[in-house]
Design a protein around this ligand. Sequence first.
Ligand code: 5GP
Length: 204
Amino acid sequence: MSDKGILIVLSGPSGVGKGTVRKAVFSRPDAKFEYSISMTTRKPREGEVDGVDYFFKSKEEFEKLIEEGKLLEYAQYVGNYYGTPVDYVKETLEAGKDVFLEIEVQGAKQVRDKFPDGLFIFLMPPSLDELRNRIVGRGTESVDLIHNRMEAARKEIELTSMYDYIVVNDDVERAVDKINAIVQAEHCRSERVIDKYIEMLEVK
Ligand code: 5GP
């Protein structure tokens, strides 16, 4: 029996540092995950590269992808579409590799319905004040957008009960250690591996 990978979903409010934590996860030499690059209609921020940070799409292109069923999930977030390409995720999991998604809560809910055995981790800010400081400090958003992102953050934090784990991002390296420990433990969870050992007993 070939082992399938685990679908790991990391969510958390905008500004909590998901991108930083995700990059730190992938910069560890022993990182074994594959990152699924999302599609978005948001304009690239300075320094962002098409095909690395996101696949940047027009609204028309994105709506065509929805129609063609090419997205595992999608959501509108602060006026833009964001979505996960379904083929990449399925093929990578089938190949036995863990796939890492960094998505917001509405999308995570859709993934939960389609992949109930996914691993759902919520990255929590130490406090809402700290979250606002981080969004303001990033300097990429207008005052209105900061307000909208704080409102979205409050709604996201209210929905954390659907997640399996909550990791506070008080320190990036500590958060990465916790995420790695969670994934390692999930690979040993009996319901994920029991079939393999039952098969082992059946082989004479
Ligand atoms: P940002 O504009 O700051 O890059 O992302 C805004 C929000 O969209 C973040 O919470 C980010 O995690 C989320 N996001 C990024 N890619 C996807 C995706 O493919 N699907 C969904 N549902 N959310 C995404």
